[in-house]
Design a binder for this molecule. Structure first.
Ligand code: NAD
Length: 253
């Protein structure tokens, strides 16, 4: 669908993990729909017209500062998207504690810190708000070689359910999006990791994952961004605590 340039006119949105892939797709969609967009990432967000903030979303002072800067520069915060995340491909018996901690800490801590900072700002401004957190189909089932990633994404779904209940009296909604396979730079590392495990080429790994999608293709960042945008409208006013999948019919939940 062609973005409506007035859909989010005047709203302030902050996206973490905004320099690449799905996060950048969300930035593009909200820019096209008239929002004031701030992006927070380890790397600068490569778009004109975005308030680009660099730092670590899993580091408390950085995350608090990113929300404070967005509120100060854009006159508040209406939509928070905690999208930053990392993955690694290793079976449990070979996984170091350091790798386990890295994936769990970045994925869960960034969502907790981003949601908390956003909720505090939204409660203080008293005009409600929308929080959307990145989960994954891997958060709804076990996937060999991805135990830490799966566990972190399951935690994000559950955390967001609690958040939705606690924030309802403030008119703040909280949901997760649950992508299947979305074509982004994320897949470079995944394909290399599985290629090593399976004794195949990365291209063969990508082809195998593509073949597992009934819709016949990987999703695009905009396939995710379109749902995030809708969640941020009043049409989704009665939707909170939900986990919404976009996956080409792959995970039948
Ligand atoms: N691509 C997929 O198929 C897929 C499927 C399900 C879920 N997801 C989830 O969607 C989100 C985005 O994935 P993507 O495919 O766009 O990945 P990506 O690797 O293309 O982009 C991730 C971005 O997050 C940033 N980032 C990582 N750690 C950070 C940190 N600590 N602080 C700030 N920024 C940080 C990176 O610099 C990068 O710009 C992730 O949470 C991922 O788990 C992706």
């Amino acid at each position: 669908m062609t973005p409506d340039p007035k859909r989010h006119a005047g709203k302030s949105i902050l996206v973490t993990g905004s320099a690449s892939g799905i996060g950048l797709g969300i930035v593009d969609r909200f820019l096209a729909e008239g929002a004031r967009v701030a992006g927070f990432d380890l790397n600068p967000t490569p778009r004109d017209g975005v308030l680009s903030i660099t730092g670590n979303a899993a580091h408390e002072p950085d995350m608090d500062q990113a929300v404070a800067e967005t509120v100060a520069r854009h006159g508040g915060l209406d939509v928070m998207v905690c999208n930053a995340g990392v993955i690694a491909v290793t079976p449990v018996t070979e996984m170091s504690f350091a790798e386990w901690k890295r994936v769990m800490d970045i994925n869960i801590d960034s969502v907790f810190l981003g949601s908390r900072a956003a909720a505090r700002a939204m409660i203080a401004q008293g005009r409600g708000g929308v929080i959307v957190n990145a989960a994954s189909g891997a958060g709804r089932r076990g996937v060999p070689n991805l135990a830490h990633y799966c566990a972190s994404k399951a935690a994000i779904i559950n955390f967001t359910q609690t958040l939705a209940i606690e924030l309802a009296p403030h008119g703040i909604r909280a949901n997760t999006y649950v992508p299947g396979h979305i074509e982004t730079p994320f897949w470079g590392g995944i394909a290399d990791g599985f290629a090593k495990r399976w004794g195949k080429e990365p291209e063969e790994v990508i082809a195998a994952f593509r073949a597992s999608v009934p819709w016949g293709r990987f999703g695009t960042p905009d396939d995710v961004a379109a749902t995030v945008s809708w969640l941020a409208t009043d049409d989704a006013e009665y939707m909170s605590g939900q986990a919404l999948a976009m996956n080409g019919a792959e995970f039948p939940y």
